[in-house]
Each structure stands twice: as C-alpha cells, then as structure tokens.
Design a protein around this ligand. Structure first.
Ligand code: NAD
Length: 466
C-alpha cells in the first residue's frame, strides 16, 4: 500500500467514523471491530522433488451470524493484515446486503500461475485439509468462495476434498461456493461480482440527484471507462458495460495496459489475454500502468488489488465516479482528497457484493438440494401460454413469435439468479442513498454504507446479549 496507513487501518477508520455517528458504546465498538480469531497454517507439499512450505491464513472477523463467509485469495503478497481487513469487509458487506453470514477471509501465499494445474490441485487439497481439521471450512460454520487468484477449479478441489474428508456429511457441497455447475455450483456465479458492479453503476446513473452531483450524463452510451484488473471482476464488468454502449478506453493489467480512445473490443482482448496471460503485443499496448488511473474518464473501476488510489495519486484522479470493483482500492487518505475534489466513490463492500450474493444463492441451493425454478417453471409456462392463446383467440390476431416465445418461456436458473442479484443491488443502493442524504454529518457513500452495516451488526450483538 503506497502510504503509511495499512489496508486494515483504512477499513477501521471508516468503522470508527460510523460507530461515532451511531454513538456506539466504546466496548461494543471494540468488540465488533476486532477480528474474533486468525489462524495461520504452515504446511509442506513435495513438488518437483522439493518439499515446499506454504503459509495460509483464515481470519474469522465476526460470528454474530453463522456460518461465516469469505473468499480465499492466492497471492504472493498476502499478509495477515490484508486477510484481517478483507474479513472485516466481509462482515460489513454481508450485514449491509442482508445476507445471513458473518465475515471471514482466507489467503494462501502462492503464485497460482507458477504451478501446473495438478500441482495447484495438490497444494489446494492440502490447504483444505489444514482448514477442515480446524473447522475453518464447514457448511454451517465457515464457507469459503473464490477471490483473487482462485477460480471455480480451485473451489471444486476444495469442495471435493472436504466431501472426501466428511463422506457422511449430507450438506458437504454447501461447505464451498463458487463451484462449477457440474459439481453443485450455480449458473451465474462466475459473472456475479462483475455483474453486481455493473448493476451498481446502473443504479447510480438512474439516480438524478447523485448523478448530477457527479456531473455525469444519463445512460451508459459513450461513457468513457477505465478499468484496472482484467480478471474475473474486471472482465465481466467490462463486457457488460461494453455491451451497453460504454467505451472502455483503457484496461490496466499487471504488466501493462491496453488503450483505445474509440473503445476496446473486450471479447477480442479477453481471447488474447487467456492465450498469452499478458496484454503485450495487443493493439494499443503500452508498458505504462499506474499512470492510466489518473487519465481523463467518466468512470474509473479499480478491480485488482488494494491501495492503488492513495494519497500520492488521489489529487490527480480525473474520473467523475470511482466504482470499487476490487476490495480496498481507495485508501482512507485518498477518500478525503477525492471528497474535496467532488469525486463520488461507490464503496467496495456494496459495489462488489454480487459475488457473495450469488454465493448465498448457491449455498441455499446446495442445502435444499434443488435447482432454482424447478417447481415453478412448467406451471408459469402453462399459465403464460394459456393467456397468450386466449388473447389471440379473443382479438383474432397473433403476437409476434419472438415476443410470444420469450413471454411464454419459464424462468431458468440464470434468469432467477440475475433477477435476485439485481434486486439486491437495487435495495442496497437505495438504503445507502437514503442514509447518505438523511444526515449532513455523513460525508460520503462509504460512511453511509458503514453506518447501515455497523448498526445491524451492533443490533445483533445486543440481542445476543454479548
Ligand atoms: P482475478 O485473480 O480473477 O483477477 C485479478 C486481475 O488483476 C488479474 O488479471 C491480475 O493480473 C490483475 N492485477 C493484479 N494486480 C494488479 C495491479 N497492481 N495492477 C493491475 N492489474 C493487477 O481476481 P478477481 O476475482 O477479479 O478479484 C479482483 C478484486 O475483486 C480483488 O480485490 C478481490 O478481492 C475482489 N473481489 C472478487 C470477488 C470474486 O467473486 N472473484 C468478489 C468480491 C471482490
């Protein structure tokens, strides 16, 4: 992090501000703020004729609701401070979005691109064993999901290892979310975080008062967007914005950027990136990275790592709106500078909550052992068909066939998941908007979101009698 404050300090500063606005008693505030527990495991895996020792973490921030939920990150720069900050964000995210989970997060210090698939599988299975031994992975206690450096393959290995260790556990598949559909996953989980970020932008642009304050035009057509990180979150939000007419004028990756003032062809860049794991050689490639964060644009979406917008570069940011696709990209020092410049920040624990929202749908699906929509699909289809046929008979005319097919077709799992996600993102935006505009002492959306989250956590603690 490019300043003196750590990621955890940044998260805690917002918490302190919110708890003071809520006049929380100091002892309760302290209980909520501090992580309940942090585990560090060091384990060995013999690979390429050498015994490699790996270090992993799992932090449980708050168990006011169980299970606790939070992704697992594979990264060489993972630290305990980072995992604690991410776990705290999970508590506030689940509380803000009314999801029945406490907050947790995990990390393994490993470069996922250094190892072959079968090696990464062995590392993952061993890490899962270490977590399972301590009940740090469990359908009713602690449910991991994907994060930076992990994907549905890693989640499939984790789920399978957990099931192997607990062969009589009927809910074993609910111990991990973000799995491939073939092994108990849910349609729409992979795109969920990026899609949620996209919905958060739509909500913002729909809201005249907020939009005008940021001097942004209505709608997405020709809005200039810069994105940092072209992984799971960055790609999906880029793709949806591109399909909606926005111009993605720069994408910043680890080893350089791609720039095109007329708008980047997202699908073509994605194909290239999957093949090469780099932007180098693509049309518009530049070795420059960080400096593109401060280029002129309408919407800036940091969707990679934390602390990238900090006190060193915040005063040079020219975007009208920053949407935190990643966790913790804007430090608390930067927040103050951006506020003075009139730049709105849509905070991470709202903007990127789509992942955990759809993970929640997946967890419920695994527990119920039934696909969403199964019981209603044919029934809805029959009713719609009856209505259409009756209207056609009464009016002696026919509906256009594409409308008819679309109207009659029952909702599939992906339709229901997207609809549930959109509804959650709408509700979340509305609640932040209301709190922000209700109290002059609340200076930005992040503080408003934190006030809502902390209020709900503190109410739960009060009822629990702790
Ligand atoms: P990912 O591993 O799929 O992609 C991250 C991308 O960012 C990679 O392509 C990587 O090369 C790039 N990157 C890393 N450091 C960079 C840097 N300094 N500059 C530019 N690019 C860089 O990860 P992801 O799942 O897309 O996660 C990205 C962020 O979103 C993280 O902060 C993560 O915690 C957050 N997030 C992810 C999810 C999820 O469901 N995957 C959910 C909520 C939040």
């Amino acid at each position: 992090m490019a300043n003196n404050s750590t990621f955890l300090n940044s998260v805690n500063q917002v918490f302190d501000e919110a708890s003071s606005l809520l006049s929380l008693p100091e002892d309760l505030a302290r209980k909520i703020k501090l992580a309940n527990s942090v585990y560090q495991v060091n384990f060995g895996v013999r690979l390429r004729k050498t015994l490699y020792t790996f270090t992993g973490y799992r932090c449980i921030h708050s168990e006011h609701v169980e299970p606790v939920k939070g992704g697992i990150r594979y990264s060489l720069s993972a630290t305990q401070d980072e995992v604690e900050a991410l776990a705290a964000l999970m508590t506030y995210k689940c509380s803000l979005m009314d999801l029945p989970f406490g907050g947790s997060k995990g990390a393994l210090i490993v470069d996922p691109y250094r190892w072959k698939n079968e090696e990464l599988e062995r590392i993952t299975r061993r890490f899962t064993f270490e977590l399972a031994k301590r009940d740090l992975i469990h359908p009713s206690q602690n449910v991991p999901g994907p994060d930076m450096g992990t994907d549905e393959n890693v989640m499939a290995w984790m789920a399978d290892e957990y099931r192997r260790l607990n062969p009589t556990e009927i809910d074993a598949m609910a111990a991990v979310t973000g799995k491939p559909i073939a092994v108990g996953g849910i349609d729409g989980r992979t795109e969920a975080t990026g899609r949620g970020v996209y919905y958060s932008i739509l909500e913002f642009l729909k809201n005249k008062k907020d939009r005008q304050k940021s001097k942004l035009r209505q709608g997405l057509e020709d809005q200039k967007v810069i994105i940092q990180g072209f992984g799971n979150v960055g790609y999906h939000v880029a793709s949806l914005l591109h399909q909606s007419g926005a111009k993605i004028i720069a994408i910043i990756e680890r080893d350089g950027s791609v720039v095109n003032q007329d708008g980047i062809d997202i699908e073509s860049l994605k194909k290239y990136f999957i093949k090469k794991r780099s932007f180098e050689g693509y049309d518009g490639y530049s070795k420059v990275r960080g400096r593109f964060l401060t280029k002129d644009c309408d919407i800036l979406i940091p969707a990679a790592t934390e602390g990238v917008i900090n006190k060193n570069n915040a005063s040079n940011i020219k975007a009208k709106l920053i949407v935190e696709g990643g966790n913790g990209p804007v430090t608390s020092d930067a927040d103050k500078i951006l506020r003075k410049k009139g730049i709105t920040v849509i905070p991470d624990f709202y903007a990127n909550s789509g992942g955990v929202i759809v993970s929640y749908f997946e967890w419920v699906k695994n527990l119920s052992k039934m696909r969403y929509g199964l019981m209603q699909e044919r029934e809805v289809e029959k009713r719609s068909e009856n209505l259409v046929n009756t209207l056609e008979a009464m009016t002696s005319s026919t509906f256009p066939s594409d409308f008819k097919d679309d109207y009659i077709k029952g909702s599939s799992e992906i339709d229901l998941v997207r609809s549930g996600l959109e509804e959650k993102m709408r509700q979340g935006y509305q609640s932040i908007h209301e709190v922000y505009h209700s109290d002059k002492k609340i200076k930005d959306f992040r503080t408003a979101a934190m006030v809502i989250a902390v209020r709900k956590v503190s109410e739960a603690y009060n009822y629990l009698g702790i």
